[in-house]
Write a protein that binds this ligand. Structure first.
Ligand code: GYE
Length: 384
């Protein structure tokens, strides 16, 4: 049964109560790196525990809906299946919006095709679902279809990537991508200084062009390219896939043979592809190599590479937004107000323990000091 919901647009805020299930808030300052590591591992374990807690809250809320005989229908237009991150994100949403929890979830994998994603949303409108969840492939082109959702009285929850050309959605849960890019730049600056590396010749393999995750990471990192006068040789998209990363890196290895010492991949899967290409070209990377390799996401396989010293630093992006998203739907269903925006906290992982923290001006203009977490097996085991 559809219930019309008046969305209350609250100001941007860290919604502490809605962070359950969002892994790894940055750990408290640690005196020693081993302390920081065990703190991070226990926070990672807490992530799982709080996601479970959020899931059980959803289940008990669902019990009440079930008692009233109500099933909430939800259409979810997912980006695709391009990465480990995406697989974890899909599972998180499917688990939270389960039949046992009182939901009827229709899942559409849009296979990275923006036109297919708009069509999926329009199909949900035609089916008159109660709620629509969108993880927008690209950040623009949404105003018309969101107006159609509003006209149909269907609240839209956006997760992960942002919509930047319309505010006609009820709530968003996701990451601060620009901060991830800024943190990568701040880390590279301090790391190069600590190692006495004076010249940085950088190749970037970016994510899907026009995705807010790509735009934010590029914009944040480029602040340092500009302020430090680094030489960014090239930036081409690998579409957030391993094959894409490999293909771009193969061409970089030919065009910039011997001329680069930093590779920035905007997700772990691209980094795996870049590693394959560098292996084939005889280019060494990581802690003992000639090339500094930076990545984003910090999925299990990515963190394993950091542990082995094959990725120097990995900036986490948390994909477990399903429980928060389901809780938003339940709050709306109960006629409650919800936060317009919920940011997930994210830790920064490194292979070496010499640098303990980085200080930078974040995307909100505040100067922050964040710990760098040396990866341990415990952290890998607790990852998504
Ligand atoms: O980094 C990448 C995925 O939107 C944050 O999409 C997400 C990105 C993530 O394909 O692995």
């Amino acid at each position: 049964m559809k219930r019309k919901v008046v969305s209350v647009l609250l100001s941007t805020a860290m919604a502490a109560t809605m962070l359950a299930g969002c892994g790894g808030s940055a750990p408290a300052p640690a005196a020693a790196s081993s302390e920081a590591a065990s703190e991070a591992a226990s926070q990672a374990a807490e992530t799982v525990a709080s996601a479970e807690e959020a899931a059980s809250e959803i289940a008990s809320e669902a019990g009440a809906d079930a008692a009233s005989g109500e099933t909430i229908s939800v259409g979810f237009a997912q980006v695709g299946h391009e990465s480990d991150w995406r697989t974890a994100a899909t599972k998180s949403v499917q688990d939270a919006f389960s039949a046992e929890n009182g939901f009827d979830l229709q899942f559409v994998d849009c296979d990275n095709d923006s036109a297919a994603q708009l069509e999926a949303v329009r199909n949900f409108i035609q089916q008159d679902v109660d709620y629509i969840v969108i993880d927008p492939i690209v950040s623009t082109g949404w105003d018309t279809v969101l107006q159609e959702c509003e006209d149909a009285g269907i609240p839209v929850i956006v997760i992960d990537r942002t919509i930047d050309d319309s505010d006609k959605y009820t709530a968003w849960v996701g990451s601060q991508f620009k901060n991830e890019g800024i943190a990568a730049g701040a880390w590279l600056k301090d790391y190069a200084a600590a190692k006495g590396i004076e010249e940085l010749n950088i190749l970037v393999i970016s994510g899907t062009t026009g995705a807010s995750a790509q735009l934010g990471r590029s914009e944040g990192f480029d602040q340092y390219v500009d302020s430090e006068g680094w030489n960014k040789l090239d930036e081409q998209t690998g579409d957030f896939t391993q094959e894409g990363g490999q293909e771009v890196m193969e061409s970089y290895c030919k065009s910039y043979n011997g001329k680069f010492n930093v590779v920035v991949c905007q997700n772990d899967n691209e980094a795996f592809g870049a590693q394959q290409a560098m292996d084939a070209a005889g280019v060494s990377y990581g802690v003992d190599g000639d090339v500094i390799l930076i990545s984003f996401d910090a999925c299990t396989a990515g963190l394993q590479q950091v542990l082995e010293g094959k990725i120097n630093a990995d900036f986490q992006c948390n994909p477990l937004s399903g429980p928060d998203c389901a809780k938003i739907v339940q709050s709306l269903q109960a006629g409650e107000e919800v936060q317009k925006e919920t940011f997930m906290a994210e830790p920064w992982y490194v292979a070496e323990s010499d640098l303990k923290s980085i200080t930078y001006t974040n995307a909100s203009g505040e100067e922050v000091t964040e710990d760098l977490i040396p990866v341990t097996q415990e952290i890998v085991d607790a990852a998504y």
